[in-house]
Ligand binder design. Sequence first.
Ligand code: FUL
Length: 474
Amino acid sequence: MKTSFALCFALAACAALTPRAQEPAPHGAVPSERQLRWHETETFSLIHYGLNTYTDREWGYGEESPALFRPAALDAGQVVAALKRGGMKGVILVAKHHDGFCLWPTKTTRHSVAGAPWRGGKGDLVREYADAAKKHGLRFGLYCSPWDRNSAAYGTPAYPPLYQAQLRELLTQYGTLFEVWFDGANGGDGFYGGAREKRSIDRLTYYDWPAVWKGYAAAESWATFTPKGRTDPARPANGDSMNHVEGPSGHRDGAAWIPAECDVPLRKGWFWHPNEDPTVRTPAQLMDIYFNSVGKGGCMNLGVAPNRDGLVCDADIRSLDAFGGLLRTLFAANLASGAVAAADHVRAWRAEPGKQSPFAPDNVLDNDRATYWATDDGVTNATLTLTLPAVAEFNVVRLRENIRLGHRVDGFGVDVWQEGQWSEYAKGQSIGACRLFRGPKVKSDRVRLRVTSAAACPCVSDFGLFALPAALTQ
Ligand code: FUL
């Protein structure tokens, strides 16, 4: 016993004297494990479908009869399969919109699918979507509107516990959720159990958000953010709370990791309307949204609206299919793979025979967000050059930082070797989870990343080159 204690002590002392390669200390707020997985999800869909689909409204008043809910051909599998082909990796179902109609047989109100003719009152749409998501390998999430224009209790102290009970049902009965969407909207008036009046609430205090969250949690975009009036957020600095509205550009060195989610409906409205077929966004427009959301370190949340049959329309399917195809073609080949990566500075480490530096420049080529090129602490100006195996023609550049260690880079340029000299192709300030640039088509066999300023030594995990599909460049 005594001996092994002494041996352990000796080993610990030895490790302290000759440290292994030191990973850079994180800078500022960093994402939680759950947020890292959210970043990797990148593209997902928000499904709006319910009584509004039958009344041709965006915001139902709350008096609509559940008898209207009688889709003949509803098939969550058809919807989720269309999303998958459209490049979506997750699906968030609006389980209750502002009109208060619940798409699952909740115990909290009779205003639900249990009172509808669909599936003889035995249906559970949340279950059907959760099952379809699982079957097709998409992550699943839920939206449950805090504002409830049907509930007589809304606006009184009796409502927040009822809303929390709804969330409890949703969060405990349908497996793991990758996102729960809390909508801040409140237009005031509503049915409210027949009262038909205006009920305003204080959005910050009424719903008792601390109780809800207990236990779970622009051109340059920073994934860090300091919520209004709070320099020391009640939630942890790697806060598990997402934010999609408070500011697309974030705050450099914000107190919490709150990345941007860009929420855009595929059609004009969030719900299906008979006259909105011509408003379906084109694949090229969806690609613009992608570059301005995922390409700025956030996620793209595309609203998809099933029709009165409970299915995605042909026009939407065509656009989703084409967009998914463009994404797959764009990222099918990283033209930087096979390049030789060299940097003017690499973080010092204690060499181990047969092992390459954990901070080596070629970590930017392995398609692994966790491996990265780093410099020594204090070295915030550094250049990484890729020499490609052959001349390549590209017009998209992708950069990623290892965000486990925070937002570090504050300024950078990407140069391309052209006619015997370096020419600047792109420049920016923030990198974060992903930064994409689209530019003119160039041919070259050499590119470099110049980090010109950083709050802490750069930790870059990806430097990729791609060619836009021809359909997007004509
Ligand atoms: C908004 C809502 O008022 C819209 O109806 C829709 O659900 C959108 C996603 O969020 O705040």
